[in-house]
Write a protein that binds this ligand. Structure first.
Ligand code: CMP
Length: 229
């Protein structure tokens, strides 16, 4: 399904592209393709070669790879305003990871060549991309550190990441769209049984609300206590 095109003003609203002038924005938007993507659809496959960058307008995606013994490892969650697919363009290597739709996604595909050209000619854009990669490394560092924490801390961190990615400005108490429990387990790096048990525990303590729309953390206090804020 093809949807309405992105305007230069809408693209400039994305902090990454704030520094670009109208003609630069137009160059990026020239070959845009705007699509609705279904849940679980693979958008980018690790090891493939790719010339496209993607901008999420609505919905959530996950970045993942597999361990040598075939276990899924979730590297990051992406949401509205997030860009992906830039790494293969910057380092001229194959795609570094898979990217899949966690919910229905409203997505814009942009041609990579003008993006790369602008990065060479516009230092402010290159700095914004460097900041993006730095933020992603910080998030990944935290995920890595939390990997040895208890199940509740890992699940709370995953729920917080989902809430913060779901809407701007980031809010750990924002509603989280309904996801399969296997997805929550993969995001937290836990078994499904432990995830189910830990979710029940959080609900019983009045820290988590669940309805047909999804989940919502009800208090910042457990996040603070675990140093997650
Ligand atoms: P690319 O390697 O082209 O394709 C996969 C994309 O996933 C990659 O570009 C980034 O946009 C994104 N990606 C890879 N690793 C991470 C990460 N740790 N955090 C956020 N995004 C990532």
């Amino acid at each position: 399904m093809t949807l309405a095109l992105l305007s230069a003003d809408q693209l400039r609203a994305c902090p990454l592209f704030q520094s670009l002038d109208a003609s630069d924005l137009q160059l990026l938007l020239e070959r845009q393709l705007h699509t609705l993507i279904g849940v679980d659809q693979l958008l980018v496959q690790e090891h493939d070669w790719g010339e496209t960058i993607f901008l999420i307008r609505d919905g959530l995606a996950k970045v993942r790879c597999f361990s040598p013994d075939g276990e899924e490892v979730v590297l990051s969650i992406l949401g509205p305003g997030d860009l992906f697919g830039e790494m293969a363009l910057i380092d001229e290597q194959p795609r570094s990871a898979d990217v899949l739709a966690l919910t229905e996604l409203n997505l814009v595909k942009l041609a990579g060549a003008p993006f790369r050209q602008l990065m060479l000619n516009r230092p402010a854009l290159s700095l914004a991309i460097a900041k993006l990669e730095s933020q992603r490394l910080r998030t990944l560092n935290r995920r890595f550190a939390i990997h040895s924490a208890d199940a509740t801390t890992r699940l709370l961190n995953a729920l917080q990441e989902l809430a913060c990615r779901s809407r701007e400005p980031q809010d750990p108490l924002a509603p989280i769209p309904a996801l399969a429990q296997r997805e929550l387990a993969a995001l937290a790096g836990l078994s499904r049984e432990t995830t189910s048990r830990t979710l029940s525990k959080l609900r019983e303590r009045g820290l988590l609300e669940e309805n047909a729309m999804g989940l919502r953390l009800l208090s910042l206090e457990p996040l603070r206590r675990r140093g997650l804020l």
